[in-house]
Design a protein around this ligand. Structure first.
Ligand SMILES: [Fe+2]
Length: 384
């Protein structure tokens, strides 16, 4: 017979206090009690699904220990919660004096009154997050990322667009903690000063772009940004500007003006095409193809005809152009592409492939695959 979960036993010095935590705070039902000679309980069994949790009286108090440590022998009671209940559980535990001490994408961890580790897990389901996008100006996009009540604005180049996103997140119970910039150009950072004052939050970005904006926190050497419950990976991507960054949040990649649908950012305003080539060939080339790409501008309808002019046989690019034009006719924003799909469409991401160099030759000598091909593509696009 294969093994199934039967029960887990915890030794508790103060059994009554432990029982109150599991019964009153976590809501487990009492199945049965085992009396002790001389009064009180020797053991209390609490129902957990098909099994049970046995709280057993111990003589000695528990030894204090780190939540996670290197020694073997770590046991954890992990109980299932619904992802939609995660926020409510956080609040309930804090109110009960047992605040969450460790969080992961799928699990909240607390300690019971005796220090035993308890996890509330919704694996493999993701906790609900809020991801908002708002168009401003002609074709700019500002974004809002929110998780468990904490939100950040990304590239609110227009203060009104940023405030509208913050208000929308507020309805979902999230408060803006910071403003992040993918780069300094004013169509992305122009709303910052007003928003910094209105929302009383810091502005964060790479100080190499300080010709355009002054970050309160320089992200030059930060790779993992933790803002409340939100965790954002910061990926340096110089080229469009010296301080360009990519932000990765869960399965999403915010690319600013570095990577667009069917194209790359230009280098006319403080950029460097050789650095951009390296960002494309090395940094973007190494990222997971399953990431959803969210650029700073809706440029698909401009870029994809260039791709088809260069590669008339690129069926993925043709499909992408139909998708972008269809969305525009319906008055909708185009759906995001994954990085894998963008690689099939976008020749800048394929500058290392001989087929792209060959497409650029047009009767003359083909540039070498890699940096030379990227630079030739960038020059051709600039004059196209
Ligand atoms: Fe830009």
């Amino acid at each position: 017979m294969p093994l199934a979960f039967h029960h887990l036993a915890l030794q508790c010095h103060d059994l009554a206090r432990c029982e109150r935590f599991y019964v009153e705070v976590l809501g487990l039902p009492v199945l049965r009690r085992w009396p002790r000679e001389g009064g009180g309980d020797r053991s209390v069994w609490l129902g957990v699904g098909d099994g049970f949790l046995a709280l057993e009286r111990a003589e000695e108090p528990p030894a204090p220990s780190e939540f996670r440590h290197g020694a073997a022998g770590l046991h954890l009671v992990a109980l299932r919660i619904a992802p939609s209940e995660r926020l409510a559980w956080e609040a309930r535990l804090a109110a009960a004096g047992a605040p969450v001490v460790h969080r992961t994408r799928y699990t909240l961890y607390v300690r019971d009154p005796e220090g035993n580790r308890v996890g509330l897990s919704h694996h493999p389901e993701e906790a609900p997050v809020t991801f908002l996008r708002r168009r401003y100006g002609q074709d700019n996009w500002a974004y809002l990322l929110a998780e468990e009540g904490d939100a950040v604005l990304v590239d609110p180049g227009d203060a009104e667009a940023g405030l509208a996103l913050a208000a929308e997140a507020g309805v979902a119970g999230a408060r803006v903690r910071a403003i992040l910039h993918t780069h300094g150009h004013l169509d992305h950072s122009g709303g910052s000063d007003a928003l910094r004052r209105r929302l009383s939050v810091p502005v964060m970005g790479h100080a190499a772009d300080s010709a355009w904006f002054a970050p309160d926190r320089d992200l030059a050497s930060e790779r993992q940004l933790r803002l409340g419950a939100l965790e954002v990976e910061v990926i340096p991507a110089p080229g469009h500007t010296p301080g360009s960054l990519l932000f990765r949040w869960g399965g999403r990649l915010l690319t600013g003006d570095t990577l667009f649908r069917g194209g790359s950012g230009n280098c006319r305003h403080g950029g460097d095409p050789r650095r951009l080539a390296h960002t494309f060939l090395e940094t973007l080339g190494a990222l997971d193809g399953a990431l959803e790409v969210h650029p700073g501008h809706d440029y698909g309808a401009r870029n994809l005809p260039f791709v088809l002019d260069l590669e008339p046989g690129n069926a993925e690019a043709r499909l992408a152009l139909e998708e972008v034009r269809g969305a525009r006719e319906r008055g909708e924003d185009p759906p995001p592409a994954t990085l894998a799909r963008e690689r099939a469409v976008n020749p800048f991401l394929r500058a290392g492939e001989p087929a792209v160099s060959a497409a650029l030759a047009r009767g003359g000598a083909a540039p070498a695959p890699g940096e030379e091909t990227f630079l030739a593509l960038r020059r051709l696009r600039d004059s196209w």
